[in-house]
Write a protein that binds this ligand. Sequence first.
Ligand SMILES: [Ca+2]
Ligand SMILES: [Ca+2]
Length: 506
Amino acid sequence: MGCVGARGREADLRHHDLLLALLLGLAVAISTPLLLFSRDVPRGGVTIMRPPAVTPAVTVAADITPEADLLLAAPPPGVTTEALAAALTARGYEASAVSLVSAVRVRIPAGADPAAFARRLADTGLLTSVEADVRVRANRLPDDPLLTAQRPYLDAIRAPEGWDVRTSSLGVTIAVVDTGIDITHPDFAGRIVLNDREVIDGRDNDGNGCPDDFFGCTFVSPAAADPSCGYMQPAPRNTAVDDDGHGTFVAGIAAATGNNGRGVTGIAWDARILPVKVLDCTATGRISDAAAGILYAARSGARVIVVAFGSASDARVLRDAVTEATGRYGALVVASVGNERTGRVQYPAAYPGVLAVAGSGVTRDDGIVDYRRPAEFTNYGAEVALFAPAVGLTAPLQPAFCGSRGWACIEGQPYARASGTSFAAPLAAGAAALLFAQHPEATPAFVLGVLRRSVTPMQSGSIAGNAGLLDLAAALAFEPFTAHGAGASHGAYGPPPQGPATEARR
Ligand SMILES: [Ca+2]
Ligand SMILES: [Ca+2]
């Protein structure tokens, strides 16, 4: 009987009567009381003395859902899966043996109730159990070779499970308002915004606040920059060259190309990246330039604006820029809360409508980082929307900066490992880009609300308060219609009930 499968359907059909007979004989011997009884009846018609053997009940799994499309039937001992498949086929079922495991796959006809169909299948008496051949899902992992170094914090925010739901944020632009970006880095190849609305003529053709900006824009003026940077004359506005590495690192955490076989993976594998330089070579800058850069990013169409820096000062220019970027242009500002270990969240993170990201991660004695505890350096407070890993992140860096300015590169590669709340914000920014791609009409408040309320709890009793840890899988599984009812007054994409970002910000 073992050769039936190898010979194909023709042989199946030719021999199916024989097979059926053999099979039924085996099944009789094992389990079917009626047949046992008849076998034990002597030809003379005298009733047998011993009672029928106890029939092993056919087990039908209780969790066969209406979505099931395939069932798995187990053959009785001694019966091959090929024989069972042939017997079921002979009875009109669409059945086939599964290689290596002792199971026959049976298709549930379209329109049939899976649970009822399973019971009918069990009633054939040909098998010992029925269960659904449920679909398992890979936790999609990109092939980037430094992923191993990234896994602890990517697993903490359930990024792999999130990528099962969505990896693409094509069409969504993440602006990195920072020290600039190394746009030649291989993990950004093809990913930098190319502004084709601009003509190189010294004018701001598209009216976004920067002339001739093809690959982002610089808002650092030589007069205001640190003298050590040696900016002798105004740098070209129409580039955002990173002369520190901070912006490149931040950009890579949010959006390094995923699954391209090299380096690291960002959270948003294919979002467009807009470089905006507001910090000089010392990674410091003026609040006015920062405000201008945020506005430029919003006017250039960025849905997500990462601000991995801040100030203790509540400056009008910065507040106004954030308000306009959010309210007028629909961009979500994602900002880090600062590294001073104080209960004061820095600006712009502390402004209403901003996704304020605190840092998590405490290295235990065994060397494992616990990302459900606040990082020792993070600021905290009521404005914190959520925590994200801020310890031991791996991201792109220009090779020229390896070994300088505190950067620790990985084996001579253009990638470094670093910690700080600066690097928690871009994890959340990448998540926001995926959400904007998933809900194209979403408001910033909606995305902020989803991210904030789909968190994993932090360790209780910590400075985290009510803020939880970023959970990408839960955020991407959030379903506005079922979670809050299709009749919710805000509709699907307005601010979620109970959740406008402004409620805790005073
Ligand atoms: Ca322009
Ligand atoms: Ca990569």
